[in-house]
Design a binder for this molecule. Structure first.
Ligand SMILES: [Zn+2]
Length: 317
């Protein structure tokens, strides 16, 4: 099989050929954004939060000095570390003092696995792989509080798709070694007094998530390779940046609020021949030709903005 290494892991060729957990999750969030990321039209913004994660990752990997020399932005003018990264140093001290945490993080670092799930090539980069024992992923996060997602309060593991990550990693390792290993999360928070946990994701949850991946991955792969109609979520940064304005029914902002209980109301409206759609008259301000021009200008502007954003493809798998 084609060999992948840390140099070409994040290459655009491999983003096209292989699906990663982060790409899969991006498709689940917003198909249009995911495709724009793959084509290079859109880059996620590099945040301090991501950089703190990378700082700690590189310490575990033994490449912190290298990381520091590549990221002058983490230093103050006097040569000291900026507050966020001084805090990262505190987190490193804390995890170092926890033998169990260090034990789970003592495996092979950033080991790359590839495999085929439901006919789609997948790649994964494991934070700590202990052959024959377990797969561990390191998470540095704000806190362990539940997260609101689609009107539901979810455990952060489910909200951020760490269960999907576990399912894919476990399957990739299984395909390469014949061993189905347990998946753990070593997590530490960036709170004033950091919290620290080692969590196992149960096998039933991993099986359930693998079934979701098997169901959706072929469709996402098809969108990636052959195109097709892809859905915009209309909520993410990419959708905001590329919106072409139209007048909408205010309720279309939150369709989930009206999907059940308001069906009766809508029906009544139709009976009275009074729907909001009939109410809206959209004035034509410009000819189609002009409209088209504006759109392409807008696109150019977005591309320009995109260049300003610092590119950091080092997001966590
Ligand atoms: Zn979107």
């Amino acid at each position: 099989m084609y060999s992948m290494n840390s140099e070409n892991y994040y290459s655009s060729e491999n983003a096209l050929k292989y699906m990663s957990v982060s790409q899969f999750k991006s498709f689940m969030d917003c198909e249009s954004k995911a495709l724009a990321e793959i084509s290079g039209e859109y880059k996620r913004e590099s945040t301090t939060a991501l950089l703190i994660g990378s700082y700690i990752d590189s310490w575990f990997e033994g490449t912190l000095e290298n990381f520091k020399s590549n990221h002058s932005e983490i230093f103050l003018k006097n040569g000291g570390l900026k507050a966020d990264f001084a805090m990262a140093e505190d987190i490193i001290k804390l995890v170092s003092s926890q033998p169990k945490f260090m034990q789970y993080m003592s495996g092979d670092k950033q080991k790359i696995f590839t495999g085929n799930i439901a006919g789609v090539l997948f790649k994964g980069k494991l934070d700590s792989y202990i052959p024959g024992k377990c797969i561990v992923d390191l998470k540095v996060m704000r806190d362990f509080e539940p997260v609101w997602k689609d009107r539901h309060k979810l455990n952060f593991v489910e909200a951020w798709g760490y269960d999907i990550q576990g399912a894919v990693y476990q399957e990739l390792v299984y395909q390469n070694t014949g061993e189905r290993l347990p998946f753990y999360i070593c997590a530490v928070t960036k709170e004033k007094v950091p919290d620290i946990r080692i969590m196992k994701i149960n096998q039933e949850r991993l099986d359930y998530c693998l079934a979701i991946v098997k169901e959706k991955a072929p469709y996402y792969h098809e969108l990636k390779t052959n195109g097709g109609i892809h859905k915009r979520c209309e909520k993410c940064d990419y959708c905001k940046m590329t919106r072409v304005l139209e007048v909408i029914d205010y309720r279309d902002l939150t369709p989930e609020l009206y999907s059940n209980q308001n069906e009766g109301e809508m029906a009544q409206n139709e009976d009275n021949n009074f729907t909001i759609k009939n109410f809206v008259e959209i004035p034509e301000f410009e000819t189609k030709g002009e409209k088209h021009n504006k759109k392409s200008k807008k696109k150019k502007k977005i591309k320009k903005q995109g260049k300003k954003i610092k590119i950091e493809l080092n997001f966590k798998e």
